[in-house]
Design a protein around this ligand. Sequence first.
Ligand code: MRU
Length: 346
Amino acid sequence: MYDLRGETVHFDVEHNRLLALDQTELPQKTVVLALRTREELFEAIQSLRVRGAPAIGVAAAIGLAVLANESCQTEIPAFCAEVRENAAYLKAARPTAVNLPWALGEMEKVLSNGAKTVEALKAALTSRALALHAADVEVCRKIGENGAPLLKNCRAVLTHCNAGRLAAVKYGTALAPIYTAKEQGHNIAVYADETRPLLQGARLTAYELHEAGIDVTVLCDSAASYVLGSGKVQAVLVGCDRVAANGDTANKVGTSGVAVLAQHYGIPFYVCAPFSTIDFSCASGAEIPIELRDDREIGTLWYQKKMLPDGVCALNPAFDVTSADLITAFITEKGVIEPKALAQYR
Ligand code: MRU
């Protein structure tokens, strides 16, 4: 078994490979993947072996460095063209989370650093990937610190999908304030929507919270109104895949429904958002590309047990957009920001 050092994705520089926890195997098995080729990297992101906006950004950045280190090109222009071609290929793995093109874009910036040799560029790409990896840990830690005070009167929160440590390098975004509160001696219980069709809530959020000793209860997505209306939770915390300049927010499909319910029941709805997930080039949620996935994810249970009658199609949007007016605030590494104030950070 490869050593991930407590992280979800890890750059094994010595052996030039990306190590990643295979999230499709959880919670039954802990399988660590060692990825080296661009096809392996693409498949791991596309099939959600590596998933969650920050994690796919960091994984792709490390993957690009791994591929660059393997390059046989000896001239700088040909080397840069190959790196850019690999970046374009990896960017196409999933369309909604902006962290993927953002992190690869950060890597591509290295190509214009004035390096005189291919070897120097390879070293700079490796350093940049390691820096993005380290920055993700720090950003999530700050989101935890900034979010925990908002929860001081909370006994429990509700979350949708998985925006915890499995969705980032460590800590996560939406679950970071829960981990920080626990470190400070405040145990907040979590109600986790199961998150159909791929069950990130049931399989992943429940797994990581249970492992961390945090009280977690899983509910069917359709039970969110029951839970929010029962007085059991005092806040909703979710992650995000892309925040538009006006605050509209794409996250796992079903999030916008939870936001509507939270407003109805007068419960604050917080989006935990690293700045790498804010896309100021998108004016509003209408411009955010929503990934449509294979309808077999709905029609069969993990492609095995058939659940729909023959001939019936399923519609499988992976994300939806929550309107900015339903969001109480964004919890970011730079502080807590109301949707209307987001534009000031442009
Ligand atoms: O399809 P997934 O599992 O990658 O969707 C993940 C989410 O929707 C998360 O909430 C989001 O990426 C934020 S992760 C910190």
